[in-house]
Design a binder for this molecule. Sequence first.
Ligand code: ATP
Length: 141
Amino acid sequence: MKNQQFVVIGLGRFGSSLALELMDLGYEVLGVDRNEEVVDEMSNFLTYAVVADATDEDMLRSLGIRNFDCGIVAIGDDIQMSILAAILLKEMGIRQVVAKAISVLHGRALEKLGVDRVIFPERDMGIRVAHQLVTPNLLDY
Ligand code: ATP
């Protein structure tokens, strides 16, 4: 196991794929989702998987979230939840907070909160695929 620890909040398509890839790369991953079914599905594949609401501050503290090296807010659709979760992760002092945005304005709000890296999955994937299409020998990145 590599010693960097990640917490992924929201195990939808983006969050689960990110969490599984980090596991494959040899890192420890705590997955958090408020949907019990989602957590049950993922629990065999992650280091830990917990049913919790990302805005439940006491719960996040009890999970020792502040000790993680990187927190990823992978909630998109519910902008309010995404923003509240990002604020809590920042306040808890996680060194690097990454969050997914679904719109430019959502991204700007996350940046204003001090989120270290904002990701726009669809936009970023579009750019990546365009590069791969015109540069066939480009290594996957
Ligand atoms: P994706 O495209 O990655 O599937 P999405 O944007 O379609 O994501 P979202 O509504 O963002 O879907 O939800 C992603 C995951 O986050 C879901 O599994 C959902 O249960 C979880 N989630 C949403 N809000 C919270 C919350 N407040 N606390 C914990 N988990 C949450």
